[in-house]
Write a protein that binds this ligand. Structure first.
Ligand code: TYM
Length: 331
């Protein structure tokens, strides 16, 4: 059976981008593959070196994983820092990751623009840690959103380079995966790019947001003054709202508003109201479960403990074999 690995950084609440880009796939894949889903708390230190409540953020992602439908009986759910073997593999891979290729990564360039006062080595080697996360379980499929595509390409480079250097075929090549065969980019509400935590709270709809908050955020989304000629191309901020509608609303609803747009009869207030209601419906079951699971500390403890044991079993086997391949021997 093929192995699947994916993770989400513990830097805040999970949003619709995380859900439709990644988690929805996790939930489906757990029935068909050997799955490992983790909480990337080590990665979160690259942007938040002294998080006020590191444990609280990790707990938030754990609760939301479970609320979204990841079943700890089917998939292994664990916290990245509970598996120190990942850090060991990261160290080995770092020896064969080159400055030039790391500096060329788009996410590194974005990050140094976003945090010029903290261009740390962890940011530079972020893709190496991510490769270690994946190949520590020798995974082949990685459910992620479109923004992670380049990181997956780098993971393949590091895996292949290890194989070439040590003259073996130990690590298989990991590929980004989405059930629809196309990686997804969910737009945000700010009329620009993707939905993302770093773009600000008003740009994201969180899985835990209350109906009132969702309505408020969607009503404030950026629009233009409306179409003036029939069938004209939608400007990016309007296209974004339609793209969001495409994931949370029915095909009929989408068609209805698309028709109104194409005939210049659209009222954006109506579109936003509908979009907000459909987001509320889409997130309602998760929102309810978040509240329930959040209270159950002993269940959360048990899930994290069980997950760490299973993840370490797989990771320590890889580390044993990697050490042998590199040539470490004990006296
Ligand atoms: P992170 O925490 O930024 O995002 C987690 C997952 O959500 C997806 N995602 C989106 N998908 C579509 N549209 C969006 N607007 C959107 N926003 C976020 C991301 O593509 C991702 O799949 N580097 C990773 C975490 C990570 C990881 C790994 C993932 C660390 N190690 C190993 C896979 C395998 C990250 O920062 O994701």
């Amino acid at each position: 059976m093929e192995t699947v690995v994916s993770g989400i950084r513990s830097t805040g609440k999970l949003h619709l981008g995380n859900y439709y880009g990644a988690i929805q796939n996790f939930v489906k894949m757990q029935h068909q593959y050997n799955c490992y889903f983790f909480i990337a708390d080590l990665h979160s230190l690259t942007t938040h070196p002294t998080p006020g409540d590191l444990h609280g953020h990790v707990k938030q992602v754990l609760v939301e994983y479970l609320a979204a439908g990841i079943d700890p009986e089917k998939a292994t759910i664990y916290v990245q820092s509970d598996v120190p073997e990942v850090a060991e593999l990261y160290l080995y891979l770092n020896m064969n990751a080159y400055l030039g290729e790391l500096e060329r990564s788009t996410s590194f360039k974005d990050k140094i623009r976003a945090q010029p006062d903290n261009v740390n080595a962890g940011l530079l080697t972020y893709p190496v840690l991510m490769a270690a996360d994946i190949i520590i379980h020798r995974a082949t499929k990685v459910p992620v959103g479109k923004d992670q595509e380049q990181h997956l390409e780098m993971a393949r480079t590091f895996a292949n380079r290890f194989n070439r250097l040590y003259n073996n075929e130990y690590f298989p090549e990991p590929y980004a995966f989405n059930f629809s065969d196309k990686l997804v980019k969910i737009p945000g509400l700010d009329g620009k790019g993707k939905m993302g935590k770093s773009e600000g709270e008003s740009n994201v709809v969180n899985l835990s947001d209350s109906p009132e908050v969702i309505r408020k955020k969607v009503m404030r989304a950026v629009t233009d003054s409306g179409p003036t000629t029939e069938n004209q191309e939608k400007p990016v901020e309007i296209q974004n709202l339609f793209d969001l509608m495409n994931v949370v609303s029915s095909a009929d609803t989408y068609e209805h508003f698309d028709q109104l747009y194409n005939t210049c009869q659209i009222r954006y207030g109506d579109l936003k109201k509908q979009l907000a209601e459909d987001m509320i419906i889409a997130t309602a079951p998760i929102r309810e479960k978040i509240k329930e699971i959040d209270q159950d500390s002993s269940y959360l403890r048990q899930v994290a403990k069980h997950g760490a044991i299973k993840a370490r079993e797989s990771a320590s086997k890889t580390i044993r074999e990697v050490r042998e391949i590199i040539g470490f021997r004990s006296f």
